[in-house]
Design a protein around this ligand. Structure first.
Ligand code: EJD
Length: 404
């Protein structure tokens, strides 16, 4: 790692993986944006982009800013990936293109319309239990009682996982998203915790474990049709299991936290349930579930006046781009009626989240179903964060509910 500052690139001496940074990243995000379009973080020897325009430019030029050398801090040209590399996330065209086409079809808007009824029924059933528990117990935990169980039910069901053990996905996701950061204590601990479940995960990527017709089985059908190789099929099931649960859990959790903190915004949602989708979108902008992603330069390049050598790592601060005052009016205000389109929480370009229709469906159904049933969300204790190297994750969110 070369930690000397390249000439002409402003140095910002922050540690994006320290407890303090993760507890409240927003002041440091401002510092990163204001120092320049491209800055240097000496502690990790990486470039950084925190402005909306710059992050977008990096994601748009996928030939220069590649993914196959890893989308975390680790450079796969210099060190072995910690697990066999993802055939979609950690790939470039043309390999990426084939895998992407298969997942994009399985998760198409049309396919989601067919899932909607099931997702709706599960949301209604869970929300009824959530409200009942609040009435009998006095308080509920919006994370453990709502944000976690919903994705953990609907998504593995859709993939076609059968039998017990799906809570293993939580440990796995926690480890995956820690692994995009440095090899710090946080990663070491979650790698230790995940050891007993890794075999379960790999086993459940096999065709025999997957319900016929589910997302997982559809991947194997694409392999039968020759669109991807047979070896790629279990790897793409692994991608579903890596990316589809922790992300939506924390997306929902953050949305519930935003609404609980801003009763006026929750009131607006209650008055017009058709705002559920834009409320979810705004919460993704305001508290981006995925905070950072890296790219690696495939050649020497210039980016907004900065000269980057070949094989440089650049960290893109999605969450900072989403509060860039160069892009947004009053970015630090949570406003569910704002046009949050263009936010970077799902990334952008060829690697933009392929599951975003699923995420949005879950967000819409939970927020509208909640607003239908609950007049007021009252914070009943301090919300806790679960620090992760990549995710803005919640540990708990104690609430009292005033029924409608
Ligand atoms: C991801 C940020 C995989 C994989 C794909 C996507 C993610 C994680 C893992 C979702 C990253 O292919 O294994 S949001």
């Amino acid at each position: 790692m070369n930690n000397s500052a390249p000439p002409g690139v402003p140095v910002v001496d922050v540690d994006p993986y320290s407890d303090a940074f993760l507890a409240d990243p927003y002041p440091a995000h401002r510092q990163l944006r204001d120092a320049g379009p491209v800055v240097w973080i000496p502690k990790y020897g990486v470039y950084a982009a925190a402005r909306h325009e710059t992050v977008r430019a990096v994601f748009a030029d996928h030939g220069t800013f590649i993914s196959s050398a890893g989308v975390g801090l680790a450079n796969f040209n210099k060190e072995e990936p910690f697990r066999p590399r993802s055939v979609i996330l950690e790939a470039d065209p043309p390999d990426h293109t084939r895998a992407r086409a298969v997942l994009a079809r399985i998760l198409s808007p049309k396919a989601m319309m067919q899932m909607r009824e099931t997702f709706q029924q599960e949301a209604d059933a869970l929300l009824d239990r959530f409200v009942e528990k609040a009435a009998s117990a006095g308080t509920v935990d919006a994370v453990a009682d709502l944000a976690e169980p919903y994705p953990l039910k609907v998504f593995p069901d859709a993939v076609g996982l059968e039998g017990a053990g799906r809570e293993n996905l939580l440990l796995y996701g926690d480890m995956i998203f820690n692994s995009f950061g440095p090899r710090n204590e946080r990663l070491a601990k979650s790698a230790e915790r995940v050891k007993p479940v890794t075999e379960w995960i790999m086993n459940h990527c096999q065709r025999a474990q997957l319900r016929p017709g589910g997302f997982g089985d559809q991947i194997y059908q694409a392999a039968d049709a020759g669109e991807i190789t047979q070896a790629e099929a279990p790897m793409l099931v692994r991608s579903f299991l890596s990316a589809g649960v922790d992300t939506t859990i924390n997306g929902l959790g953050n949305a519930l936290l935003c609404l609980a903190r801003e009763p006026e915004q929750y009131e607006k949602l209650r008055a017009d349930l058709s705002l559920a989708r834009s409320a979810f979108e705004e919460s993704l902008r305001f508290e981006s579930t995925v905070q950072t992603f890296f790219r690696t330069t495939s050649r020497a390049t210039e980016l907004e006046g900065a000269q980057l050598p070949v094989d440089s790592k650049i960290v893109c601060f999605l969450a900072a781009a989403n509060r860039d005052e160069r892009q947004w009016q009053e970015p630090d205000r949570f406003d569910i009626t704002r046009r949050a389109a263009g936010h970077m929480a799902f990334g952008s370009g060829i690697h933009g989240c392929v599951g975003q229709v699923v995420a949005r469906l879950e967000g819409e159904l939970i927020l509208s179903g909640l607003a239908k049933r609950v007049k007021r969300l009252e914070i009943a204790g301090e919300a806790t964060r679960r620090p992760n190297n990549t995710l803005r994750a919640l540990g708990s969110l104690p609430l009292r509910l005033v029924p409608a």
